[in-house]
Design a protein around this ligand. Structure first.
Ligand code: SF4
Ligand code: SF4
Length: 68
């Protein structure tokens, strides 16, 4: 199963990855606040991830790593 990591030190909560994911399994966290003061992106259901890398490609801050 692909493994997605969001570096919360880089994420600025812009939501681009939320739009980019074809499986709609990325959301901005409602509870967590990143060290920079943003709501970071997180996966809602990793089991549905195809490892397509759209999220990582779209992220302007290179905060997402996809391991396949
Ligand atoms: S790799 Fe693809 S399916 Fe998985 S979270 Fe990113 S955009 Fe969504
Ligand atoms: S696109 Fe990158 S910076 Fe924007 S919310 Fe997603 S992980 Fe964070």
């Amino acid at each position: 199963m692909p493994r997605i990591t969001v570096d919360e030190n880089l994420c600025k909560g812009c939501g681009m990855c939320v739009i980019a994911c074809p499986r709609k399994i990325i959301a901005l966290s409602k509870e967590r606040i990143s060290p920079k003061g943003y709501h970071p992106a997180e996966l809602t259901d990793e089991s549905l991830c195809t490892g397509c890398c759209s999220c990582a490609t779209m992220c302007p801050d290179v905060a997402i790593t996809v391991e396949r």
